[in-house]
Ligand binder design. Structure first.
Ligand code: RAM
Length: 340
């Protein structure tokens, strides 16, 4: 009897040791597995976000052991992003970096991800503070908004009707910039300028093109258009040329040099600006990784060392602002168009 008990105990201990080693082994495998960072963009098919993705891939490669998952809905809606984020939660990714189609609508799903232990940040277009650890902005909203108005004013000699052709009506970034444009327009310098309309092309080329054509028709005296979206500005450039309005209506905004080169060179759009989307994607991915690792705390006042980008400080509302956008004109467009 004693002997049997001993054998049983030995077998039991043996089993326990084996299962410990096994689970330890499994843990090791998990640890050795790649860290998965998902980049959820406003929509697919937008070259701006493809450049962000390239920057993200660069960071993943530089860090090593990181897999970048690039996803977005086909049209820029919050609903589409919610579905994607829900599935990323189920896949237990380590981090999600979101360029939001709606500041508030994504909060519940983002909170769900945070609760599941996923590192959630927003970049480019923010999620409200309660739904993310930090937001990475390419530049300050105020600076972007005010500088867009200064550029169009310059192009139309501070006189005449202007319109804004934006992305989707709920986009956090464009809406914040438009608020600052309106603020800037209150200055007496712009007393002879009049903002007649704000329309939304939803970051879809064909819709933006139609909205631009609609503006030309509704406002025969229109002098200028600000399009603070890379999709919108390129579509407006095409619409201006197709309708013979190039030169009569000035165009500025935020454009990708590679997509706007022809319009900058032939004068359809004499001046526009943008930051480097590759740097934005690189920094978002890098920051997400460091947050997962606990190297960054994501707290206001913290100065983050972000690889080749150097230091980025986390400011009010846990918003980290990168730098000022570049201004593109005939003289420098070729150089930038070769990069993004
Ligand atoms: C579009 C998107 C993006 C914005 C750029 C300027 O590609 O709306 O969010 O940052 O334009």
């Amino acid at each position: 009897m004693k002997k049997t008990k001993l054998i049983l105990m030995a077998l039991l201990i043996g089993f326990c040791v084996t299962s410990l080693v096994f689970s330890g082994g499994q843990k090791e495998v998990e640890k050795e597995g790649k860290i998965r960072i998902a980049m959820v963009v406003k929509n697919l098919g937008n070259s701006f976000f493809e450049a962000c993705r390239d920057g993200g891939l660069e960071a993943a490669e530089e860090i090593g052991g990181v897999e970048l998952i690039y996803q977005g809905p086909s049209t820029p809606t919050a609903e589409g992003q919610i579905e994607i984020i829900d599935s990323l939660i189920a896949q237990k990714v380590d981090a999600i970096a979101i360029s939001a189609n709606d500041v508030d609508a994504l909060v519940p799903i983002a909170k769900k991800a945070l609760k599941a232990g996923i590192t959630v940040i927003s970049f480019d277009s923010g999620v409200a503070e309660e739904g993310r650890l930090l937001h990475l902005a390419a530049s300050s909203d105020e600076f972007i908004g005010r500088s867009q108005v200064k550029m169009i004013a310059d192009l139309i000699d501070y006189k005449g009707e202007i319109a804004i052709l934006s992305a989707s009506s709920q986009a956090t970034n464009q809406n914040a910039w438009i608020e600052w444009m309106k603020e800037e327009l209150k200055k007496s310098d712009y007393k002879d300028m009049n903002l007649v309309s704000v329309v939304y092309g939803d970051d879809l080329s064909d819709k933006s093109y139609r909205e631009a054509m609609g503006l030309f028709k509704s406002y025969p005296n229109l002098r200028g258009i600000i399009s603070p979206t890379t999709v919108g500005i390129a579509a407006t450039g095409k619409a201006l040329e197709d309708s013979g309005k190039a030169g009569k209506i000035e165009l500025t905004g935020l454009g990708l040099p590679s997509e706007m080169k022809q319009y900058i060179k032939n004068g359809t759009c004499r001046k526009m600006s943008l930051w480097n989307p590759i740097d934005l994607g690189y920094s978002s991915t890098y920051i997400a990784y460091k947050l997962i690792k606990g190297d960054f705390q994501g707290k206001q006042g913290e100065v983050m060392k972000v690889g080749r980008m150097g230091e980025i400080k986390i400011g009010d509302g846990n918003v980290a602002i990168m730098s000022e956008p570049y201004v593109f004109e005939k003289g420098n467009i070729d150089k930038f168009a070769a990069i993004y």
